[in-house]
Design a protein around this ligand. Structure first.
Ligand code: ATP
Length: 355
């Protein structure tokens, strides 16, 4: 049976009307506006202060209009304009960061995907319950330093973009740090990072079937993380710490990657488990999501995080990726979102992809 995610009252005025795809002028907006345009949708850029000038340099990705706010966080005070243009909000990491998960979840404007997922993703404890109960392998979590028996990464709650994490090679080194803020101590997994870009369509009836829809793999990237990626060039950790240089995982860009083809069955198995469990827990995750993990030399994949919306790593593939090209040539995640909306409109199933 089809799962309805959206309150009919909220969606009523949007049905049968020309929709506008709206997102914040940040993160993956170029790709979202470009994809909207490719599928004949109008687009609206929500800008903070003046609209960024860089859109003038990219005419095919310039939104058709702008809503200018003093600050992104003021969005809840400007829903009338979004209503009048029958906007559908396409969520990105910027909404969570600048509007906040609770206020975003309450906006009286249809959102692409299931907004209930936010409560599960933005809370590290709930995220672990979801992923572990799906049978996905995650890095071990230590209750305290006395349990530590190998290298660890200490993550503060609410740390922004991996700034201020602590790495320690063993218990002794960890005990040398005074950690006062709320945090988790996690096994530091040694291997190679992969960020897997999936798309779950509840509407699709062919392809790799999961639930009543199907799962697509649209791309993969690895994040460039300043300054950790290049730190090895400077020497060992202790020496660096003595010199006052602390590693950070602040993302500065992305590089494209592909996985050994023999590992693709594992990748789809992970995506499938996560989607199936989301259907049981909160009505399902719809649209783009990213599974972030580390492949070890034993070829075991440890998932340390999930992002339940378009991730900036997909910006690499505005003209398609080695994977999405095999779904449809030139397919970006932005265009995939617009295509899903078009199909939902055609089949009168908007309430299955909007919430
Ligand atoms: P963001 O919000 O940018 O995703 P975050 O604060 O949620 O960051 P994580 O994504 O959990 O933090 O981790 C940031 C980076 O730290 C990862 O991209 C990865 O390089 C590294 N990392 C995280 N967990 C582990 C782990 N268990 N083992 C090894 N490296 C890890």
């Amino acid at each position: 049976m089809a799962r309805k995610l959206c309150d009919p009252e909220l969606l009523g005025p949007w049905k049968g009307q020309g929709l506008t795809l709206a997102t914040l002028c940040s993160h993956s907006s170029l790709q979202i506006f470009h994809g909207a345009r490719q599928e004949g949708y109008r687009s609206l850029g929500i800008a903070q202060g003046r609209p960024p000038r860089f859109y003038d340099a990219f005419p095919l990705a310039r939104p058709d209009g702008f809503l200018t706010l003093p600050r992104f966080g003021d969005l809840p005070d400007h829903v009338e304009r979004l209503r009048s243009e029958r906007c559908v909000l396409v969520p990105t990491g910027s909404f969570v960061e600048y509007v906040g998960p609770e206020r975003f979840a309450k906006l009286p404007i249809p959102v692409f995907g299931n907004r209930r997922v936010m409560a599960w993703e933005s809370d590290r404890e709930k995220e672990r319950v979801w992923l572990e109960s799906a049978g996905v392998r995650m890095p071990r979590r230590y209750e305290g330093p006395s349990e530590v028996d190998g290298p660890v990464i200490v993550k503060y709650y609410g740390a922004k973009g991996g700034r201020g994490f602590i790495l320690a090679k063993n218990r002794q080194e960890l005990e040398g740090y005074t950690i006062t803020e709320p945090h988790v101590i996690q096994q530091y997994v040694i291997g190679t990072r992969y960020y897997l870009h999936f798309f779950y369509s509840p509407l699709s009836e062919d392809g790799y079937r999961v639930g009543e829809g199907s799962l697509e793999l649209l791309g993969m990237d690895r994040r460039d993380e300043a300054n950790i990626d290049e730190l090895y060039k400077l020497g060992s950790q202790e020496e660096l710490t003595r010199s006052g240089i602390r590693p950070t995982f602040v993302v500065t860009g992305n590089v494209p990657v592909v996985l050994r083809e023999s590992l693709l069955p594992d990748v789809f198995d992970i995506g499938e488990r996560i989607v199936e469990r989301s259907l049981e827990l909160f009505g399902g995750m719809v649209g783009p999501f990213c599974v972030e993990g580390i492949m070890t030399e034993e070829l075991k994949f440890y998932v340390f995080e999930i992002s339940t919306r378009i991730v900036a790593g997909t910006n690499l593939f505005i003209q398609g990726s080695p994977y999405s090209d095999l779904v449809r040539p030139g397919l970006s995640t932005g265009r995939r979102i617009a295509l899903e909306l078009r199909r939902a409109e055609r089949e009168d199933r908007l309430d299955e992809v909007l919430s």
